[in-house]
Write a protein that binds this ligand. Structure first.
Ligand SMILES: Nc1ncnc2c1ncn2[C@@H]1O[C@H](COP(=O)(O)OP(=O)(O)O)[C@@H](O)[C@H]1O
Ligand SMILES: [Mg+2]
Length: 270
């Protein structure tokens, strides 16, 4: 075996995953594989279990895995702490503290970088690294010199989160509802930022209720989740199909019972 094959593409594999929250089964057998270099969108109505999946991947407490497994780089992820997962290159997206008074964005990111990469960088070297990413994303100096999230608009917070992703250079990133609450200009800026970061080194799982972010970033794969199961997977055309028929239409097409409780909803609109 050569060194090249040994340093394989990092892969996140979810197999037969079942998760219970407060005695209620929320994920009912999820199979999903995300490879470095691929962009996946996971869509589904409110309450279908998207955030539950993100939280389990991140290692948040309060979720009971009753069956199945999560493997990253062929290693069982479940026993690992969130920090260890980040250290392995799994991006624990957007677990940003809401506000950090007295800590500038640049210092926050430098601390995060050192924690994740386990590598000390001089302030100068880090600034250089960050400047490259800022140029790529069209982010200016004033923002990174401000205190983390203090007085940031919704759009600025999300931009900052994309910068965090760019700076930390994970192999797989999970982005839960990056688009929620953004006006159209901010949404476009964030989606274009994510699009800039695409490349062979980064795999992304973009979780969203709405189709609209996918107007600016075309995923390689789209998966639809209903009631804790992925009921359909395919290419970007699935998102457009969904925009037309809505989740309810898909449910009917698949012969699934509507289970009420406000779970159903159209894929588009607010
Ligand atoms: N911490 C929790 N405690 C109780 N119920 C929860 C918790 N997290 C999620 N749920 C329930 O799990 C279901 C799926 O929620 P969630 O994963 O947030 O869906 P989505 O992100 O697709 O909107 C919902 O019925 C929700 O009420
Ligand atoms: Mg959610």
């Amino acid at each position: 075996m050569t060194t090249e094959t040994a340093v394989a593409q990092a892969t996140l594999e979810i197999r037969g995953l079942r998760v219970t929250v407060e005695k209620k089964e929320i994920l009912r057998g999820i199979d999903l594989t995300v490879r470095q270099g691929e962009t996946h969108a996971l869509m589904g109505p409110n309450g279908s279990g998207k955030s539950t999946l993100a939280n389990v991947l991140l290692g948040r407490p309060g979720y009971l895995v009753t069956a199945g497994e999560i493997r990253f780089r062929d290693e069982d992820v479940l026993p690992l702490s969130p920090d260890k997962r980040a250290h392995r290159g799994l991006f624990l997206a957007f677990q940003y503290p809401t506000e950090v008074p007295g800590v500038s964005v640049v210092n926050f990111l430098r601390t995060a970088y050192q924690a994740v990469k386990g590598e000390q960088l001089s302030a100068l070297a880090f600034r250089k690294h960050m400047k490259q990413k800022m140029a790529l994303l069209g982010i200016d100096d004033t923002m990174v010199n401000r205190y983390v999230n203090q007085g940031f608009s919704g759009g600025e917070k999300k931009k900052n989160e994309v910068l965090q992703l760019a700076v930390l250079e994970p192999e797989i990133a999970i982005l839960d509802e990056t688009d929620s609450g953004l006006d159209i200009d901010s949404l476009k800026a964030v989606a274009e930022g994510l699009d800039q970061l695409r490349g062979p080194g980064l795999g992304m799982l973009i979780i969203t209720h709405y189709q609209r972010i996918l107007d600016y970033i075309t995923p390689d794969f789209v998966h639809v989740m209903l009631e804790g199961r992925i009921v359909k997977s395919g290419g970007p055309e699935i998102a457009h199909e969904l925009e037309q028929k809505g989740y309810e239409g898909l449910r009917q097409e698949l012969g699934l019972e509507a289970d009420g409780a406000g779970r159903a909803g159209p894929a588009g609109g607010e």
